[in-house]
Design a protein around this ligand. Structure first.
Ligand code: 173
Length: 323
């Protein structure tokens, strides 16, 4: 065959593949969770993957590579999404602030997520993630629950002077504002740090401490809880733009379904606090004026920091996320 004929034959095969009905290519996305596989804060994302794979059979598939730190370092998952090394992630804000500083505001969401879809909040999050992370913001799950400070030593007022507390960036400003020393570490390092006394406590949500056996080393939980938890589902911009509308719709629809089920998170948090009590973790509850100081410190420290880091987006996020 002459080279022209070869070229025509090749184009013919390509066209036949593109035009034959029913042979649409299945696209595979590589997915990673920021938390260890199977632990509570990976489960919603794992559930998302299962549903997408069921619904998308023959069209779109997420190949779950697993969770951090087994498949990649916790604090590199966000950057790896930005660089196209992975395609879709389930990750909490505290582990990808190095890429999107504004994501810190996600802990400050006080309105229902459905409202953010109406008031432009989601659209703004999408805009920011596209600009800074090359990623689409599909949505968030594990909202409706709060964070706490857990301790191995007792305190009787909102004062962490002399104490070292393991943080993700979620709690850093609060711990510092209360006089404590903040020590950043991923969850997988925390057990040993508590056991050896490298830290005297940690920040963590109401749920999930049993995944890491921390009940063996924690003695107290400080109430009230503060902020709200979240796991964000993010997909790379380039891979997204190569998907068909039908494939994109599957990713969006499953997201909305999970979001609609999310209210059960609050019940789960209550159950987990009961389990903590059974495991011998005592509650430190401040008197009402100390409680007010604690919460005010938490919210002011966070918004001040977010607005300082992002004078461009911070004030708009505050307006959209606050009650
Ligand atoms: O404490 C953390 O590591 C953290 O920021 C977080 C956020 C959401 C769920 C679980 C942990």
């Amino acid at each position: 065959m002459t080279s022209t004929k070869i070229r025509i034959a090749t184009i013919g095969v390509m066209l036949a593949t593109l035009c034959t009905p029913g042979v649409a290519q299945e696209t595979t996305l590589r997915g990673v969770s920021c938390f260890p596989e199977g632990t509570y804060y990976s489960q919603r994302f794992e559930n998302y993957i299962e549903k997408v794979n069921e619904r998308g059979e023959g069209l779109i598939k997420i190949d779950y590579l697993g969770g951090a730190p087994k498949v990649m370092a916790t604090l590199e998952v966000g950057k790896n999404l930005k660089d196209g090394i992975v395609d879709i992630i389930g990750c909490t804000l505290g582990f990808y602030l190095n890429v999107v500083p504004e994501a810190d505001s996600l802990k400050m969401i006080e309105v229902p997520v459905s409202e953010l879809r109406q008031n432009g909040g989601m659209a703004l999050l999408d805009e920011i993630h596209l600009e800074k992370m090359n990623a689409h913001y599909l949505g968030l799950v594990n909202s409706h629950a709060q964070f706490h400070i857990y301790l191995t030593k007792e305190i009787d007022k909102p004062d962490l002077s002399g104490l070292k507390i393991r943080v993700s960036s979620v709690y850093r400003k609060l711990v510092e504002a209360l006089g404590g020393t903040a020590v950043t570490a991923p969850p997988s390092d925390v057990y040993t740090m508590l056991e050896r006394g490298t830290v005297d406590g940690l920040g963590w949500p109401s749920a999930g401490i049993f995944d890491f056996s921390w009940e063996d080393v924690i003695k107290y939980r400080v109430d009230p809880g503060f902020y709200q938890t979240e796991i964000n589902i993010l997909v790379g911009k380039d891979v997204w733009s190569r998907l068909t509308e039908e494939q994109q719709a599957i990713l969006n629809d499953v997201m909305l379904e999970l979001e609609a089920e999310d209210a059960k998170e609050a019940e789960y948090a209550t159950e987990q606090k009961e389990m903590q009590a059974e495991a011998g973790i005592e509650v430190i509850e401040f008197a009402s004026d100390a409680k007010a100081v604690f919460l005010e410190t938490a919210y002011n420290a966070a918004w001040d920091d977010i607005i300082e880091k992002s004078p461009e987006y911070g004030p708009r996020l505050k307006e959209l996320f606050s009650k």
